[in-house]
Design a protein around this ligand. Structure first.
Ligand SMILES: Cc1cc2nc3c(=O)[nH]c(=O)nc-3n(C[C@H](O)[C@H](O)[C@H](O)COP(=O)(O)OP(=O)(O)OC[C@H]3O[C@@H](n4cnc5c(N)ncnc54)[C@H](O)[C@@H]3O)c2cc1C
Length: 394
């Protein structure tokens, strides 16, 4: 009997962690390496919560991967006896063109994810916490909510260990490519880790690991997240009283995940921020952006006007120019795979991305054109992940 394929996976975020777990379940020997550990504070997967929703405009492939990821998230929760997904539903608010929702609804219906337009009067009745001024249409997605992000990364890594894989806290560099293959990774202490195949799922660090290949293809941008304190005893802001929401009215691409394990009223702006170095970037919020968030909640959630900031985070998106993922083979090394470009929406899909990537490593199917390296011509990141442009162009 031949020895199992040894695969080294670099990066224990949503993409690398799930890829490693799938490879192990498919019989590989797996070593998962991360410079600072699964779901660490610098990683893109390292936040408290990430939205899982199925509405993806005209993009059927993402809807299919949401469905598959839902299956895997739910199977994993049962298998590991832990809750990672909190169902809340998602309220979409538009103040102008709403093609993103209208083109997406048929895909959701076909995929068995219940969602529908709701009358504004109905939205006002159900969510009196929200001032709907300027909103012209609303949609509600039933099967959606949020995932406990960094806890999920740790849980996936722990499962990998239980199932026979190895997880190591190591900072690595790609080894030399010779004869169309890579044979080893370089560890920080100068030693080498040999493997038969390599998956680089280093999120916003991919351009640092492969500057010539990805330096112009993946753009990390700084994203601020705020948790505001809600009034004591006000049931309208208790955990579960509000769904996940997205406000795509003119001048806004704010979204929120109320509750988030009692940390406060979480809001963030999906507009791409300034470039950030994910290793050395400071993680404190800027007064101007904080003021913009305050002004926004005072307008849209009047009971929270003047609410204190109780926590904040600075994370980064690892944007591809078109917002689609990168899941492809390295053009010069047949046994090296790249998985990244989550572009602000990758977390929820980690289970499906991992399953797909593991299959590619094992020689099943071909990389999808949609996620190919070749299509990633140099270009600036899109301003937001939705078709709606923020008015301030920020
Ligand atoms: C503020 C914010 C909100 C978001 N909201 C959502 C959302 O609501 N829903 C959603 O689905 N997605 C969301 N996303 C996007 C999603 O979180 C990311 O697309 C996803 O987490 C990316 O995962 P990843 O595994 O590619 O990268 P990461 O999680 O960054 O993992 C990469 C890992 O590689 C490691 N690494 C880097 N370099 C090295 C090295 N040299 N050696 C060893 N290890 C290394 C890092 O330590 C890191 O742990 C959001 C992102 C942010 C920042």
């Amino acid at each position: 009997m031949s020895a199992p394929l040894h695969v080294a996976v670099v990066g224990a975020g949503a993409f690398g962690g799930w890829t490693a777990l799938w490879l192990r379940r498919r019989g590989c020997r797996v070593t998962l390496l991360d410079a600072w550990g699964p779901g660490n504070s610098r990683s893109s997967s390292g936040g408290e919560s990430r939205v899982i929703r199925g509405l993806y405009g005209p993009d059927r492939i993402y809807v299919d991967w949401v469905v598959r990821s839902f299956e895997i998230w739910e199977e994993s929760e049962a298998r590991w006896s832990t809750q990672l997904y909190t169902p809340t539903g998602t309220l979409w608010m538009f103040g102008g063109p709403d093609d993103y929702a209208r083109t997406g609804l048929p895909h959701l219906q076909a995929a068995g994810l219940p969602a529908a337009e709701i009358e504004l009067s109905e939205a006002r009745r159900r969510f009196p916490q929200i001032d709907f001024t300027g909103i012209t249409s609303t949609f509600f997605e039933e099967r959606s909510g949020w995932l406990a992000a960094r806890r999920a990364c740790r849980t996936v890594a722990a499962a990998l260990i239980r199932e026979g894989g190895a997880v190591r806290e190591e900072a690595v560099r790609p080894g030399r490519i010779e004869g169309g293959r890579m044979a080893w990774l370089k560890l920080a202490d100068g030693t080498r880790l040999e493997a038969d195949a390599f998956v680089f799922a280093a999120g916003p660090w991919l351009p640092d690991l492969f500057p010539d290949l990805l330096g112009q293809a993946i753009h990390p941008t700084r994203q601020e997240i705020y948790f505001f304190g809600t009034p004591a005893g006000n049931p309208q802001f208790r955990q579960g009283a509000l769904p996940v929401w997205l406000d795509l009215s003119p001048g806004s691409s704010f979204y929120g995940i109320p509750g988030t394990d009692h940390r406060g009223f979480k809001i963030a702006d999906d507009t791409r921020g300034e470039p950030i170095d994910p290793t050395s970037g400071e993680r404190t919020v800027t007064p101007e952006r904080l003021e913009a968030a305050r002004a926004y909640i005072a307008r849209r959630f009047p009971a929270l006007a003047g609410a204190p900031l109780v926590e904040s985070r600075v994370c980064q998106y690892e944007n591809s120019p078109d917002g689609d993922f990168l899941i492809d083979r390295h053009p010069e090394a047949a046994n090296v795979w790249l998985a990244g470009g989550g572009s602000g929406h990758g977390f929820k899909l980690g289970p499906a991305v991992g399953e797909h990537t593991a299959g590619l490593v094992l020689g099943e199917g071909k990389p999808l054109e949609r996620f190919s390296l070749a299509r990633l011509a140099a270009g600036a990141a899109r301003k937001t992940q939705f078709d709606v442009e923020p008015a301030d162009g920020g």
